[in-house]
Every structure is written in C-alpha cells, then in structure tokens.
Design a protein around this ligand. Structure first.
Ligand SMILES: *Cc1c(COP(=O)(O)O)cnc(C)c1O
Length: 381
C-alpha cells in the first residue's frame, strides 16, 4: 500500500474478524476483562492506558506522517503540553517561531515559564538570529509552525532542523495547517510533529483533538507515559470520528487548496484589500520555499485591510463564511485574530493588528464563496 490516499483508507482498518463488519467497531468501553489476574486480552487493561479504537487511529496517522509512533490527545494543546513535559525540564530553553498559534505561546508563557522553562521568540527565517539565540547545552527544542498562523509564513524545516541538531536540540513542527497530505516534516528531518486534529484532520468542526507523531523511541515512551499518567486522552468516539475523517483528508485538502487559491487571487486584485497572505501567490515572500516544501498551499488565506473598522465590518457581514474561531472544516469560516484566536497574545511579540482577517476556506462551491466575499467587501467603506 504505497499511495497516501490508499493508506489513509486502509491502514488499521481491517474488517472486524468476529462479524465481518467492513468498518471496525468503536470500542466504547473503559476497561477490559482479564482471564486471570494480570492475564490481559491483547494487552488491554484500563482505557486511559490504551483503547483499540484510539490505537487504530494513532497507527493510521503515524503511518501518514511517516512516523513510527503516534499518540492522540483530547486537544491540540494537550498534545503540545505532553511534548513540552517530555522534552524540557526546569532550566531548559526553547525557541519559538515569531508567528504561531496564540495558545501555544500562552502555554509556554503562563504554564511552563512559571515552573522554570525559559524561551525566546525568534524569526526563524533568519538563520543567523536562530544560531545566536541558541544557548549551548540549554536550548533543547525549536518550535515551528509552518505555514504559520495567521500570516502563512513558511519556515524551512530542513535547514532549521539541521541547525537545531548541530546544537543538540530537536525540532517540533506544528503541521496543523499543512496536514501530512501537503507536508511531511519527519521526512524533511524534523523530530516531532504535532497536530490539532480539531482542524483539517477532523475536518468537520465537530470535535476537539490533538496528536503527536515521532520516531525517537525514548521521547515516544515519555509521551506515552504522560498520555497515560496525566490522562488527556482522546475518547473512543472522538478517535473513531477522526479516523473516519482521515479517509477523506486527501480529497478534502485538495478541494480546500483549489478554492483558497482562487479566493486569494480574487482578493489580491480587489481595490479594498490592502494585502493578501497566501503562500500560493507568487508575491508571497516564501512562495518558492512553499513550492519546494509542500505539495499544495493549503486552505487558509489572511487579508489585511487599511484599518480595524474595515476588518470588523467585513467579518460582521459575510454570510456563507461563518464568523467563528477554528479552521480546517469543510465549511468556510471568517475570524478576526486580534479579537478572537490571537487575543491572548496582545502586548506580546506575537501581537496581531486589528486590520487583519483570517479566512478558513471551505469546500463549498467557489463561486458562492466569492459572491459572499464580494457582497461583504461592498459594505466595507
Ligand atoms: C487550533 C490550533 C492549536 C490548538 O489545538 P486545540 O485542538 O484547539 O487545542 C494548535 N496549533 C494550531 C496551528 C492550531 O490551529
């Protein structure tokens, strides 16, 4: 089974042996019967430690990310927290990219800095600055989100991983925006991939989830232990739903990319729009790197207006684009980062201007989407 599409549908999806059900059942159970004390059925005991439905999803996603090990969590942030706890101890130092999900910054700043983790925010496209920021023997981790949120900056996974490895640090890639269909960081030399499976992998805006994928056995054991001992696991039902969504990931992401590309070009030529951020536009500063590192440009488009009033008017007047946080679902969403997703990074180096709007372009008919954007832009003055 070599193609991505085939593996997405068939890995860890063998039909049920007992009844021949083509789709393996959901194991809605918290515990498993032991035949004698300590004699476990297939290794299963209590479901915080392992559940057959969760295991299937973990194996399937690990396969798609070219990773040996996969662990799924109750949310993307729970997955991130498990990585930080596994890799960093008090006194260690981390480097964070200068454009990333506000909640990631908040997790470092409000949860881990107070217990002794140090970190700096660095422009990771500036390799000299990156090397200068590395504290030899203390910097253990470089955290990259690419494409980033909300500016769709592309960071060079291979180069940054090489630099980090030179100093004994590892790289963590938040692959939420790209998905393994467009970009596989571990193949490019990264150490750990994290997903908010709430987004494209879930794909239908109906669940929360996170996942960690990696090859390093020692770190994998720690992540597995934290999953079990701290307990932020994904439920059997959520695991089943996300695994179901994985089967249509390729076809959904393809459609997201097509629609987003058309919308980016439409907005780019609109007189009321000041700037469009989309890695598929030839004017995007990292367009060439995006072409090399990814096999498509994704479904997120950010738009800069002249001022905040214009941005808010636009957000409040789209009809098909629903005003809501989150992204990556089949339905189109519009978001005002400064007041919504990125409100937690106000007055930090990651602050986002009020004139910026982020679109999560869905897979509806693109003409309907453009007509909606057009009527909202007509109201903007
Ligand atoms: C949403 C998001 C997260 C956090 O995931 P949750 O599932 O909301 O906890 C992390 N990284 C990125 C890029 C995200 O978009």
């Amino acid at each position: 089974m070599s193609s991505f599409e085939t593996r997405a549908i068939h890995v860890a999806q063998d039909p049920d042996q007992q009844n021949g059900a083509v789709i393996p059942p959901i194991y809605l159970t918290s515990t498993h019967k032991q035949n004698a004390v300590g004699e476990l059925a297939n290794g299963y005991e209590y479901n915080r430690g392992g559940n057959p439905t969760r295991d299937k999803f973990q194996n399937a996603l690990a396969n798609l990310e070219s990773a040996k090990f996969g662990y799924s969590f109750a949310s993307g942030l729970a997955a991130e927290d498990a990585i930080i706890r596994s890799v960093l101890k008090p006194g260690d130092h981390a480097i964070l990219a200068s454009d990333l999900y506000g909640g990631t910054y908040r997790l470092f700043k409000r949860i881990h800095e107070p217990i002794g983790i140090r970190f700096d925010v660095v422009d990771l496209n500036n390799f000299e600055e990156l090397e200068r920021s590395i504290k030899t023997n203390h910097t253990k981790l470089v955290w990259i989100e690419t494409p980033s949120n909300p500016y769709l900056t592309i960071f060079n996974i291979k180069e940054i991983s090489n630099i980090a490895h030179k100093y004994g640090a590892i790289t963590v890639i938040d692959n939420t925006f790209a998905t393994p269909y467009l970009q596989r960081p571990i193949e490019l030399g990264a150490d750990i991939v994290i997903h908010s499976t709430t987004k494209y992998i879930g794909g239908h805006s109906d669940l929360l989830g996170g996942a960690v994928l990696l090859n390093d056995e020692e770190i994998a054991e720690k992540i597995h232990f934290i999953q079990f001992a701290a307990g932020a696991v994904s439920s059997p039902f959520d695991s089943w739903l996300i695994h179901r969504s994985l089967k249509t990931l390729a076809i959904r992401v393809k459609a997201h990319c097509q629609n987003a590309e058309q919308i980016a070009h439409y907005l780019d030529s609109h007189p009321k729009v000041k700037q469009v951020f989309y890695p598929g536009l030839p004017s995007h500063p990292n367009h060439d790197l995006a072409k090399k590192q990814m096999s498509g440009f994704g479904g997120i488009v950010s738009v800069l207006f002249e001022n905040e009033i214009q941005a808010l008017t636009f957000c409040n007047n789209t009809k098909l684009f629903t005003l809501a946080e989150s992204l990556g679902g089949v339905e189109s969403l519009v978001n005002h980062p400064a007041k919504m997703t990125h409100a937690s990074v106000r007055n930090t180096p990651l602050e986002v201007p009020g004139s910026l709007v982020r679109l999560s372009v869905g897979i509806e008919g693109v003409d309907d989407l453009i007509a909606d954007l057009n009527q909202a832009l007509n109201i903007v003055s």
